[in-house]
Design a protein around this ligand. Structure first.
Ligand code: CTP
Ligand code: CA
Length: 224
């Protein structure tokens, strides 16, 4: 990222970011996961570091290089991601971009399951912790808590409901019914208590910088 020399509006701030998918193991060779490249979360980490923030990036399994100046913690499952998030607090800003698997297999099979010509096994699932809800409700709440909502329909309504339900300050909504997943372009809307801010379609790197600049302005506004 090229930023104006001396433009460090996040200097002295700690930003916690989750990114990528989580993997929920079924047996040693199989898992359940969400579709997520991690690109948008890693871009936000890079932009925040460029603006002077101390950044902790908790990353699920992705194949991306660590942005300059970013502290990265690698995890696999949602439970591990939840622990890493707790360890990384306190933070001034939390940005939960990870596509956390909603459910995990209730039982982990220590040996590879075999077909043996029998009926397919039934997978019994249980719910994972909700990291965003826990961070927003926890003691030591970051001043700005941001969630993401990837939706395929009723994008704004779903995102507004999510903001309330999870007690997030912002929800960044994107419509993933097109070819956003894994691509380099994105189009987002920021839902806050002030209403909806619609950004035009642009590269994920530019979206990241626009979001992080807006976060810096919001924190600055609160001090006065
Ligand atoms: N999130 C989280 N932990 C979870 C699930 C979601 O931290 N176990 C966060 C995501 O990182 C994202 C936001 O919550 O910032 C919204 O995720 P999403 O999957 O859209 O929300 P859900 O409540 O899981 O709703 P849905 O049924 O639409 O998946
Ligand atoms: Ca979900």
């Amino acid at each position: 990222f090229k930023v104006k020399k001396g433009h460090q509006p996040l200097k002295g701030k700690h930003m916690l970011i989750t990114a990528g998918p989580t993997w929920e193991a079924i047996d040693p060779v199989r898992y359940i996961a969400n579709r997520s490249s991690g690109k948008q979360g890693f871009a936000i980490a890079a932009a925040a570091a460029a603006l002077g923030a101390k950044v902790t990036l908790v990353a699920g399994p992705v194949s991306l290089r660590t942005p300059d100046g970013v502290d990265r913690v690698d995890v696999e499952s949602a439970v591990q991601m939840s622990d890493a998030v707790k360890n990384a607090l306190p933070a001034d800003i939390a940005v939960m971009v990870a596509a956390v698997a909603d459910w995990r297999p209730k039982e982990y099979r220590g040996e590879k399951m075999k077909k043996r010509g029998s009926a397919p096994p039934a997978l019994v699932l249980e719910e994972n912790p909700d990291l965003l809800t826990n961070v927003a409700a926890g003691e030591n709440r970051p001043k700005l808590v941001v969630g993401f909502a990837a939706e395929t329909e009723d994008v704004l309504d779903n995102a507004k409901r999510k903001r309330k339900r999870k007690a997030a300050d912002w929800i960044v909504a994107n419509d993933v019914s097109g070819d956003v997943m894994g691509g380099d372009m994105n189009r987002v809307q920021i839902i806050s208590e002030d209403g909806v801010d619609t950004l035009e379609e642009m590269p994920k790197m530019d979206i990241a910088m626009a979001l992080v600049e807006k976060m810096a302005e919001t924190l600055q506004g609160e001090k006065e």
